[in-house]
Design a protein around this ligand. Structure first.
Ligand SMILES: [Zn+2]
Length: 151
């Protein structure tokens, strides 16, 4: 039983930007998401299990929709929180304060949203493999080197 490693949870590994295959390796090269030039610079392969992080040309194109959905979800959460704590009224500008603060919040956490979108996206295409040490990694075949990081 000693060699039985505890299975890392899906949500924790996604929020912590870990490789979906082994849930251990970091998919981004740099730890700090606020180093804006390098926010979405990724390791070509998972440093732990070797899973490629770029599966095909334009692979991360769809993350635009994911981050949009995340932004809408976050706005929904702040809306409800505002409603329950401060409330809205037609007689003052509380609604516009919420809009302004929510907009600033979305801009401030944008780097985190971008990373989370990529983590989620990759996790929908790469399955978790608890026995990743024993299985061979699936290499990406439909890559065009010159078009990498053009998206
Ligand atoms: Zn991995």
């Amino acid at each position: 039983m000693a060699d039985k490693v505890q299975k890392p949870g899906y949500l924790i590994s996604v929020f912590d930007n870990r490789c979906p295959r082994c849930r251990l390796g970091k998919i981004f090269k740099h730890r700090n998401a606020y180093n804006l030039k390098q926010t979405v610079v990724m390791n070509e392969k998972c440093p732990v299990c070797g899973q490629p992080t770029d599966l095909e040309t334009g692979f991360y194109y769809g993350t635009g929709y994911v981050s949009y959905a995340l932004a809408v979800a976050i706005s929904g959460v702040t809306f409800v929180a505002w409603l329950l704590t401060i409330g809205f009224s037609l007689e003052d500008s509380r609604f516009f304060w919420w809009m302004g603060i929510n907009a600033v919040l979305l801009v401030v956490i944008q780097p985190l949203i971008m990373r989370l979108s990529r983590s989620l996206w990759l996790s929908w295409f790469v399955k978790y493999d608890p026995d990743w040490k024993k299985h061979e990694v699936a290499e990406s075949e439909r890559l065009v080197k010159e078009h990498q990081n053009n998206w």
